[in-house]
Design a binder for this molecule. Structure first.
Ligand SMILES: Nc1ncnc2c1ncn2[C@@H]1O[C@H](COS(=O)(=O)NC(=O)[C@@H](N)CS)[C@@H](O)[C@H]1O
Length: 439
């Protein structure tokens, strides 16, 4: 993409209302723009990051056997009356009426709707287990949206829902998602720790939040620091091996870890003092087992092997892709700006022409741009006539993994400059060596 043709409204200074670093940097990098309290437009650079995050989430959900569909954002109030949550949900629910005065709502979550979809067609235990998911916008009328997209009112969520014949089978579905979450957050360059959590309005009696440690995290968390050095499950994990999955979950819940709601000082004291970690955390995922809480009142049942009808056992599994865009910045930035993991970066290379209009520089940049694109590498080519300092500052701010600089002096010596984002000095390389380093 040529920067002269792109749309990336960089801000020199962050608006004063931006309290945390990810909010400041996302505004300054032209990733998002607030349209109303807690409601954001995702500008091109931000949308590329969001799509990259969703790509990783999708791959790991599919690997774990979940099947993607897409449910609407607008739901009928009557559906929520079936589960009894319509009134219970409270002020966070955005309630609306259509032209026929029908009571509707902007979905804050989809347990009722997915249960309705399931019950409309699944009748036999032979069709189980099932895990259906979508990645869809949600609305929760947070009383105090803040920290940019970290706690917004309209936000993107991956929400998956599992259906099983009984609690034991549902536990395996839960463990599949638990394992998929460990892999997902590791691929996003994050150290996420599963913590026993409160189940809140979703319900149930088994729940874990996946927390990443960050100075600006909203919640206080307490855990054994060994979690930070645990290896996450590899590509060889067998999602059909119930015992193996349980062993992974047992390992990842073997040491103390709790959010402030669940924290037990006495229990924490059993952890050797040198290993006790108290920190701030950001909840990037939350999974629940809630049995027949929705299937019972909504009549989602299957005929079991004994010929008797039983309500299915369910769980739901959420990840916040839009929150993750901010959380990844909280976990990876420096004074110059964002440092994206390669899996999430909006472009892999920032190509900087120090002297647009100079025939050698233009020719070298066009050649590099064409060759990198030809190798499927996403390049942002700064072909503008901004000053060199401003160009470098922009590339650091938006956090691309590589910066490739072409200038007249370097070319005269047969070299271009290649730098990895983060600490470390730039290298002077031949064009071919630079291409090899990037492909
Ligand atoms: N206001 C918000 N802004 C941004 N992300 C949010 C917000 N509220 C929740 N999330 C994200 O959405 C994830 C799931 O939300 S949740 O309430 O915990 N879980 C559910 O809604 C269940 N239905 C899971 S399918 C959270 O872990 C968080 O990452």
């Amino acid at each position: 993409m040529r920067l002269s043709r792109y749309f990336m409204p960089i801000l020199r200074d962050a608006p004063k209302e931006a309290e945390i670093v990810s909010h400041r940097l996302m505004l300054r990098a032209g990733m998002i723009r607030q349209e109303a309290a807690g409601i954001y437009a995702w500008l091109p650079l931000g949308l590329k990051v969001l799509n990259n995050i969703c790509h990783v989430i999708r791959e790991e959900q599919d690997r774990a056997g979940a099947i993607e569909l897409m449910m609407p954002t607008i739901q009928l109030a009557d559906l929520w009356r079936e589960s009894g949550r319509y009134d219970a949900y409270g002020k966070e629910m955005l309630r609306i009426k259509d032209r026929h005065d029908r009571e509707m709502l902007y979905g804050p979550t989809n347990e009722e709707m997915i249960t309705e979809i399931f019950r409309s067609s699944v009748r036999s235990y032979k069709d189980l287990p099932k895990n259906l998911y979508h990645i869809q916008w949600k609305f929760r009328d947070e009383v105090r949206p803040r920290f940019g997209v970290m706690r917004s009112r309209e936000f993107l969520m991956k929400d998956a829902y599992s259906f099983d014949l009984d609690k034991e089978a549902a536990r395996t579905s839960y463990n599949r998602m638990f394992t998929a979450y460990l892999r997902t957050f590791a691929r996003l360059g994050l150290k996420a720790i599963p913590m026993a959590a409160d189940t809140g309005p979703i319900g149930g009696d088994l729940s874990h939040e996946f927390i990443i440690l960050a100075k600006t995290g909203e919640s206080a968390v307490f855990c054994h620091e060994d979690y930070l050095s645990f290896d996450t499950p590899g590509l060889d994990v067998d999602f059909d091996d119930a015992a193996g999955l349980q062993a992974i979950v047992d390992k990842w819940t073997s040491l103390y870890a709790a959010t402030e709601e669940m924290h037990d000082e006495a229990k924490f004291a059993e952890t050797p003092e040198a290993s006790r970690l108290s920190a701030r955390g950001i909840e990037v995922g939350h999974i629940f087992y809630f049995g027949t809480k929705y299937s019972e009142p909504m009549g989602a049942k299957v005929t079991g092997p004994d010929g008797k009808d039983v309500p299915v056992h369910m769980g739901s599994y959420g990840i916040g892709p839009s929150r993750l865009a901010a959380a990844i910045i909280e976990a990876g930035h420096d004074d110059a700006g964002i440092i994206w993991p390669d899996t999430v970066a909006p472009f892999k290379v920032g190509l900087v022409n120090l002297k647009p209009g100079d025939s050698n520089c233009d020719a070298a940049c066009e050649d590099l741009y064409a060759k990198l694109k030809g190798q499927g590498i996403d390049v942002l080519y700064d072909d503008t006539d901004d000053r060199a300092g401003a160009k470098f500052a922009t590339m650091d701010l938006i956090g691309l993994p590589w910066r490739l600089v072409v200038g007249p002096k370097g070319l005269a010596n047969g070299v271009v400059e290649l730098k990895r984002r983060g600490p470390g000095a730039p290298e002077q390389l031949s064009v071919d060596a630079a291409l090899n380093a990037l492909t």
